[in-house]
Design a protein around this ligand. Sequence first.
Ligand SMILES: Nc1ncnc2c1ncn2[C@@H]1O[C@H](COP(=O)(O)OP(=O)(O)OP(=O)(O)O)[C@@H](O)[C@H]1O
Ligand SMILES: [Mg+2]
Length: 385
Amino acid sequence: MIAIEDVSKRYADGTVAVDRLSLQIPNHSITVLVGPSGCGKTTTLRMINRMVEPSSGTIRVNGEDILRQPVNALRRSMGYVIQNAGLFQHRTILDNIATVPRLLGWSKQRARARAAELMERVGLDPGMARRYPYQLSGGQQQRVGVARALAADPPILLMDEPFSAVDPVVRRGLQEELLRIQGELGKAIVFVTHDMDEAITIGDRIAVLRTGGRLAQFAAPDEILSSPADAFVEEFLGADRGIRGLSFLSTRDLALDRSRVFPVGSDWKEIAGRGGQSPVLVTDADGKPLGWADLSVWAGDVQALEPYGQGFEVGRDSLRVALDRAVLSPTGQAVAVDGAGRVLGVAGQETVAATIRAARQRRAADTVPGPADSAQGPSQAKAAR
Ligand SMILES: Nc1ncnc2c1ncn2[C@@H]1O[C@H](COP(=O)(O)OP(=O)(O)OP(=O)(O)O)[C@@H](O)[C@H]1O
Ligand SMILES: [Mg+2]
């Protein structure tokens, strides 16, 4: 949908912000621009909506050169979200969100109805409609910023470090919300961040830029983690890229041990007598986990069970989550559950490790992934990373 072709930007003082950049940004996906401060991310984003004009090269949207399109029409087809939301301080939340529809000539009533609908979509309480931006938290203001950008239903969303100013917990919530909205709306989103974790969490494709505005790598997140193009990308990824890469491996093929799982009220003496291995996982009558028991000492008291911590959902959670649960488990065993929270089995650290090795071998045996292979599925599938 957006084709950036051999684009450079040299500012009047001679600074080369972007250097011969080429990127294909597809529809229905989130493309993240990531890189150190000053590497040309904002400049690239602003060239897409013509807030900055390229010095050379061409940008096409749906095949058409953006320089040939009226700038107002072009900008209306692109929602724009910035850090700290950039809200109009003297307008209510509802009127902030209704800004673009009003500019487009919608009646006040229709624009406000649309704004109210969007407040719900981005998870804002309707009671906030009449407040002013200063009466909202930073995270809430960011949600208003996203709602305002979506108001006229533009096919493209440009987001420049939209979540950088909020704390990590709120940020995580905003990322999940964006993935959910994207799952429903399927926009072409160009998202700028300097945080690689954020890029991996939300990106279908990631463009890593280096200082001087040159492209270091453009690939799907799992490919960047498993095969960084060079030392710069590798260093930018940080120390634990191996562990983070596990986010892209499914728990579907994990071999689960069902021999250790028993419902409460089982004949424990009989189980111990036939050599049942401790620890065992005790479940309630519905099959939901209660805790761990060592059959050599446990007397059947549910209160005396060792807490099992948190389980992982087979198929939805990644091997990273499964490994994390196994590491945190007092028995070294992670509890696998289905969508309803019922126990499917348990998996020890060794089992998770063997599955990781098998998945890596399978991947190495595959041919080098092309764009079709590496394109991620629906964005909402990533919430469990
Ligand atoms: N109007 C301007 N005139 C001259 N130089 C500029 C101008 N705007 C940006 N630059 C320079 O261009 C380079 C790229 O800037 P840009 O804002 O695109 O970087 P960025 O990747 O968004 O950085 P950050 O992560 O800090 O936001 C920087 O060296 C910056 O100083
Ligand atoms: Mg910037």
